[in-house]
Design a protein around this ligand. Sequence first.
Ligand code: PMP
Length: 441
Amino acid sequence: MSTSPIPNDLSAYWLPFTANKAFKAAPRLITGAKGQFYTTADGRTVRDGFSGLWCSILGHGHPLVTEAIIRQAQALDYSPAFNFATPAAFELASRVAAQFPAGLEHVFFTNSGSEAVDTALKMALTHHRARGEGTRTRFIGRVNGYHGVGFGGLSVGGMANNRKFFGPGLPGVDHLPFPYDPTLDAFTRGEPQRDPMLYLKELEAIIALHDASTIAAVIVEPMIGSAGVFIPPAGYLQKLREISERHGILLILDEVITGFGRLGAANGASFFGITPDLCTMAKGINNAAIPMGAVIASRQIYDTILNATPTGVEFFHGYTYSAHPLAVAAGLATQQAIHEEGLYEHVARLAPLFEEMLHSLRGEPYVTDIRNLGLAGGLTLAPHPDGPGLRGYQLFVKAYELGVAIRSNGDTIAIAPILNSNEEDIAQVIELVRRALRALA
Ligand code: PMP
């Protein structure tokens, strides 16, 4: 594996979602990756305990995916996304659609989760207009939700730091309450068993206030991911589906993290047994080897939008790189590997073991809460006296020093093992996190 010297000049590159000054004082430079491990510029090996950023679900450099990309680059590097298509794009769309509940049928490709979210919001608006319900323009998100960084996604998102610098965002957005109570739910395994209406009464209040005829869609993550892995109470999503449907409000599930196996099912909709109107996805769709996202829409939404325009373009939206041939090739290879490796069943089998190992961190220094679903794990740490977020960041840095990459958001820590991990891989991730917690104490 290649190692490169540390660059002399670190100033030109402005890193996203990163404390740039701290990073540049002690950069973490990755030069290679294979399977479960990164290689760093200083020649170390670091275990990937976060699947990249939830995305490298099959591990790094999966041979099927790598070879597919190389072959595709040689055969067709690019073809225009508008008014042209490749046969492979149709095949990937069919493969993806086959994994969602019946009724979700039409796949629109984007290049990221953020783009998928904004695409889904625009589909919702277009759909309502096409049915003569153009007054439905409001959206409902959720506190602590993360829906990417486009102005649509940040408006429906509910993480304060991601919103507060950027003005009012989209008009007409309300937020459902955070569906988790750290005092009551701490150390719950899987879904908390509490009345979901505790958190959904607010939805009925929002509908009563604005009238359903003004509300286009509600968007939630099946499991709150980026804010630190928070699982809503059992029955929450089913209830949300029921209420939104009753009022003609579209339900968008943001499956950017939960799509393609994280919960031990093809997606969160299947895992929770509900049929939303739109789902966003990205990350695992092609093992993150080339940027890609997508939205899947119900037959009803697709038909309504297409039928409203007898000739010409029906949906004024798209990206130069939608269904990019390299991304599609990586997608088909990823879907093949998922199938051949029986990935979703594998995750479902491993999940109880992961739960057991993760919750063995209870009692370690600073740990005030542990949460899990599928192969997603969250910890909350007691804040450092010098301020919120410091403890989480310190643990992230210490874990990296000890040889495992995880993720912190404030004082929450997320762990997301590569989905084709074995028991030993998971045990290693947890033990390295344990050592990091102890080393901090
Ligand atoms: N939605 C959710 C639920 C996500 O987790 C993410 C990324 N973590 C996004 C949207 C945004 O995806 P991207 O970073 O690819 O724009």
